[in-house]
Design a binder for this molecule. Structure first.
Ligand code: PBG
Length: 337
């Protein structure tokens, strides 16, 4: 190989020469990770007296509305530009349609409202628009009693209602994560006709049926009935090309930004999506990706903060404009040092 390079006229030592000092490396770095690239996912549960740590996500808690506001203020002070909120019902307050998500004085409205009151426009408040946290069967929408499948169109109608609740509570960005066909168009139309033309849509456009969501299901207290899964509506990990069709459809339906999820296992998809569209591209470094780093670091097997920085930087290198990550607070602190 070296001989071949020499024969082709490739100058010897050219690559290492630019790696010699930290300043040289900074000068030629192709990718920079900044606090501005981070969005923190946060859980807030109705009916809690105190925050409840999530065992499989060290450093992450189910918040009370009060502790949520404290955490969002802390993140805003660190310069983190966005949070994505996952409201959760009172334990056991779940039903077939996830109705607690939409209740007029429910946790959706109270949590988003409290955060907006606290931070105004200093930070972007995103709301995950889905129902699995609120359904007793744990699916992302209404289950057809005959087929046992999620009823796409009935679910999309509920998403549209939920998006309006979220926007009227003050969410700047609505992030539909249920992978129902037509969800972006329905949400965009509902927002516009309810007077929320300013609310943006971040579509979970290429979302895979991944085993890496395990710790999230503990954090959000979600169990899919009968040991079921989401393979009937989320994407098959073996497929890359259909991600581009999903993304193109969501942009055509009016998505302002698109997301690939999970992040590291799908860096090829992030790069392909980046090449396909001009809208901002996000990637979600999900709960399992975070938990693996934390668990290995706890055992002393890896340097946790260094791995976190390397992983999130690699998501940017692949082409993401910003990254949703449970490391947001920690990385923001580290990037300030
Ligand atoms: C659906 C939703 C999920 C995640 C974000 N939104 C779970 C799922 O699709 O099963 C997972 C995020 C993570 O694992 O960190 N409401």
């Amino acid at each position: 190989m070296p001989d071949l390079l020499a024969a082709s006229g490739f100058p010897a030592r050219r690559l290492r020469r630019l790696r010699r000092t930290p300043a040289l490396r900074r000068l030629v770095a192709q990718t920079t990770l900044a606090v501005d690239d981070l969005v923190a996912p946060l859980f807030v549960a109705d009916g809690l007296d105190a925050p409840r740590p999530v065992g499989s996500l060290p450093g992450v808690s189910q918040h009370t509305v009060d502790s949520l506001v404290v955490e969002v203020r802390r993140l805003a002070a660190l310069g983190v530009p966005g949070v994505i909120l996952f409201p959760l019902p009172v334990t056991g307050d779940k039903d077939a349609t996830g109705s607690a998500a939409l209740s007029p004085d429910g946790i959706t409205r109270r949590a988003i409202g409290a955060v907006r009151d606290a931070v105004g426009d200093d930070l972007v408040v995103m709301a995950d628009c889905c129902l699995d946290e609120f359904t007793d069967h744990g699916h992302c929408g209404i289950v057809d009693p005959v087929t046992g499948d999620v009823d796409n169109d009935a679910t999309v109608e509920l998403y549209a209602d939920l998006a309006v609740v979220q926007a009227s509570a003050g969410a700047h960005v609505i992030a539909p994560s249920g992978m129902m066909d037509g969800q972006v168009a329905a949400i965009r139309a509902a927002l516009d006709s309810a007077g929320h033309a300013e609310a943006a849509v971040l579509a979970y456009a290429a979302k895979y049926a991944s085993a890496l969501y395990g710790p999230f299901r503990e954090a959000a207290d979600v169990t899919i009935a009968g040991g079921g899964n989401r393979k009937g509506y989320q994407q098959d990990p073996r497929n890359g090309r259909e991600a581009l069709a999903e993304v193109a459809l969501d942009v055509a339906e009016g998505a302002d930004m698109v997301m690939v999820k999970p992040a590291l296992t799908y860096l090829d998809v992030v790069a392909d999506v980046r090449a396909l569209v001009d809208v901002p591209v996000a990637a979600y470094h999900v709960s399992g990706e975070y938990a693996m780093v934390k668990a290995a670091a706890e055992r002393g097997w890896i340097d946790g903060p260094a791995v976190a920085l390397e992983q999130i930087t690699s998501v940017k290198r692949a082409g993401a404009d910003f990254v949703l990550t449970y490391f947001a607070g920690e990385l923001a602190e580290a990037l300030h040092d």
